[in-house]
Design a protein around this ligand. Structure first.
Ligand code: GCW
Length: 704
């Protein structure tokens, strides 16, 4: 009998343990706001002694949310309930949240000070207090000493925004993490609590604006019905200091308003936008403004009526001005001209318009001249529109970076561009200093990230992609941070605080982009052709327009490979200052990562690496694919410090990533070999497939 009781108890214990494990398994939902209980007792005790209460003077939704977040975070981390009170408690240590008009931190900035035994978070605006509260939590999640949290921080960019490419029927253009977060069919009556968690996540990294719909915009969003849905979202976001914006369909006066034209100089059209804007502000009083993709990839725009981008933007700007709204006008334009170089298009269309935009217009420029490629030179528009505030657009969703399967930490992409020197006002004229307004005294500044979020439980599909959202927000706040520091910080907040594992994972993160480039588009290859943006198709040569083929970009022929953009070719390099041009326009000295961006290189040409071109290509593709095996090993080594579900998830993705790296490698090399006529060096294993076989796998992938 005794034995059976013992056995029963044992079984119950096992069942309870399994249930507990399942309950605590990490599904990634909490992002970097995990607030796991601190295991180190000394740290836990130090924190509970320092934070016995949270006092807020004044009251607003944002302040209340700041206090609530601190309460949730600290209670979870220390295991002790921490009350929110109206005034500091005598003889007890606590956190004091306060608005102080004279606070030195500017704009949305904050300061954290130790006053006696109290931690005081103060700011000129309540949003600043919220950012300061999140900063303190970030600090404590890394288990650092309380007093080291003291300091001051102000954002370098005013509009720190996410751009969602979400459609009204719930899909996301270039989204790889499920459907849209916004449940348009349920809104406005049902407001998913997840919208609050979305807002918390954004506020925690300083994001203060969100464009909720796709730039390929449906006019439906401007109907009263949809505006009320958007208003319900805005109602949640505003409590976290986030303004809501809409992408607009430029032809809406016609399609929605029933007018004969959408000509921006037509008085009826202007009146329509004025009325529509008034209506929007009557429904969403703190509406941020419009994001516009016009005369780009088939979208309507002012050029349909012989008008300029400035005419179009200024019409909208006039409607928004009374409400202090802004127009964010995208510079992503290119024409179907077989003789033109798409690289040059945005510069050619926009530079002549410098100085012609209204005060509340920002021109939003993608980081590179083509389209979010794994590596691009910075867009030559930066520095060449001194009288027009230029915002920068990065892509967080991994359209060309292996969707949600491949592990690519994007911070090095952002940083590379922000740190690039344009030389427009001499040395040190970095893209960052243009975008933050300091170089040209822009009155408006903006950094946008095309969101990688979706309805997947873990928000971004691949758990590692959360780091890209995180890094974007941190850079938008402070572009002087390093990709490395952000990787370490994110890892500690999201995966583990174990020192060695943090070092291993952040090292993998930092190397992941170059590894991807090596097996995907080495030496400055690019692949923005139509199709899946996933499967390799370097042979693709047919499309309705030349710039929607692969061969347009890589220009492989019997002589060599690459796009000549020197004076002998398209001369796109002339769009850069001489100091920049000099680093790129000589094939002998051009850094290898940019080689095919600017040069057509003969197959047997000896490169600065000591290898000839063909051998260098083989080296890159093979090393890149092999490096994914290295990633697998590194990841296996951190297994004991990572939540088992997340570890298993990423392990699976890395296996797939390796297979696909080989797929890419073989597709490119076997195809390019038909031009180079050179063998793959004997040190590498031969591809297991023929070119025809690889093509076949791609055809199957693309099959409908
Ligand atoms: O990269 C291309 C994408 C399109 C996108 C476009 C843009 C929203 O393939 O899907 O459209 O860029 O940025 O407008």
């Amino acid at each position: 009998m005794k034995f059976f009781t013992w056995l029963r108890n044992l079984l119950l214990l096992i069942a309870a343990t399994i249930a507990h494990l399942n309950a605590s398994a990490d599904d990634g939902y909490r992002l970097w706001l995990k607030y796991d209980r601190i295991r180190n007792e000394a740290t836990r005790t130090a924190y509970s002694n320092s934070f016995r209460y949270i006092a807020i003077s004044g009251s607003s939704d944002i302040l209340n949310n700041a206090a609530k977040e601190l309460q949730t975070g600290l209670t979870a981390m220390t295991g002790k309930e921490i009350p929110v009170v109206k005034a500091p408690v005598k003889n007890q240590n606590g956190i004091i949240l306060t608005i102080s008009a004279g606070d030195d931190a500017s704009g949305d900035g904050y300061s954290i000070q130790m006053q006696g035994a109290n931690t005081v978070i103060s700011a000129a605006k309540d949003a600043g207090v919220l950012y300061g509260s999140f900063a303190l939590l970030r600090h404590l999640q890394q288990h650092l000493p309380v007093e080291k949290a003291a300091g001051q921080s102000s954002p370098k960019i005013q509009l720190r925004m996410l751009n969602h490419w979400d459609n009204p029927e719930g899909t996301i253009e270039r989204g790889y993490a499920g459907g849209s977060l916004w449940k348009w069919y349920e809104l406005p009556e049902t407001v998913d609590p997840r919208y609050t968690d979305y807002a918390r996540a954004n506020a925690s990294i300083g994001i203060n604006g969100t464009v909720v719909n796709n730039v390929n915009a449906s006019a439906r969003f401007l109907t009263a019905e949809y505006l009320h849905k958007v208003a319900a979202l805005a109602g949640v976001f505003r409590k976290y200091g986030i303004k809501t914006y809409l992408s607009i369909h430029f032809a809406a006066p016609k399609t929605l308003g029933g007018l004969k034209t959408s000509d921006p100089l037509d008085p009826e059209v202007r009146k329509w936008w004025t009325e529509k804007t008034k209506e929007i502000y009557s429904i969403i009083p703190d509406f941020g403004g419009f994001l516009v993709k016009a005369n780009s990839e088939g979208e309507p725009g002012p050029q349909d009526y012989g008008r300029t981008h400035a005419d179009g933007a200024n019409m909208l700007a006039e409607a928004l001005a009374p409400f202090k709204g802004v127009v964010i006008w995208r510079a992503f334009v290119y024409k179907a001209d077989p003789k033109a170089d798409r690289f040059k298009a945005a510069y050619e269309e926009f530079v002549p318009l410098d100085g012609k935009f209204a005060k509340n217009v920002i021109v939003q420029v993608k980081n590179g001249p083509i389209d979010f490629q794994p590596r691009e030179p910075f867009s030559p528009l930066f520095g060449n529109m001194p009288q027009t505030p230029l915002g920068i657009e990065f892509q967080l969703t991994q359209e060309y970076l292996g969707f949600a399967t491949h592990w690519v930490y994007e911070a090095p992409i952002f940083k590379e561009c922000l740190d690039a020197d344009t030389y427009v006002k001499g040395k040190g004229s970095t893209v960052a200093r243009i975008v933050d307004g300091s170089l040209h005294d822009y009155p408006l500044t903006c950094m946008a990230g095309v969101a990688n979020t979706g309805s997947d439980r873990n928000w971004t599909g691949n758990p590692m992609a959360q780091a890209n959202w995180y890094a974007f927000g941190r850079f938008a706040w402070d572009h002087t941070l390093t990709a490395e520091a952000i990787a370490q910080e994110w890892t500690q907040l999201s995966l583990t605080t174990e020192t060695k594992s943090v070092a291993t994972i952040s090292n993998m993160m930092l190397r992941s982009r170059d590894i991807y480039v090596d097996y995907n588009t080495p030496l400055g290859l690019s692949r923005p052709w139509t199709g899946s943006h996933y499967a390799p198709e370097p042979w693709q040569n047919r499309s309705s327009r030349p710039d929607w083929t692969a061969i347009y970009y890589h220009r492989a022929d019997s002589l060599g490979l690459g796009f000549d953009r020197t004076a002998d070719g398209s001369n796109a390099l002339a769009q850069y200052r001489p100091e920049v041009r000099r680093t790129w326009d000589n094939a002998e000295t051009c850094p290898l990562p940019y080689l095919f961006w600017f040069h057509h290189i003969p197959w047997s040409k000896k490169l600065s690496s000591g290898r000839n071109l063909w051998d260098e290509l083989c080296h890159r593709f093979y090393t890149g694919a092999d490096s994914v095996l290295w990633m697998q090993k590194q990841w296996a080594a951190v297994k004991t410090s990572i939540d088992p579900d997340i570890h298993a998830d990423i392990t699976g993705r890395l296996i797939k990533q390796h297979k696909e790296a080989i797929w890419w490698r073989d597709a490119w090399l076997l195809y390019l070999q038909t031009f180079s006529k050179q063998p793959i060096p004997a040190i590498y294993p031969k591809p297991e497939r023929t070119l025809e076989e690889v093509k076949n796998t791609v055809n199957i992938y693309l099959m409908r």
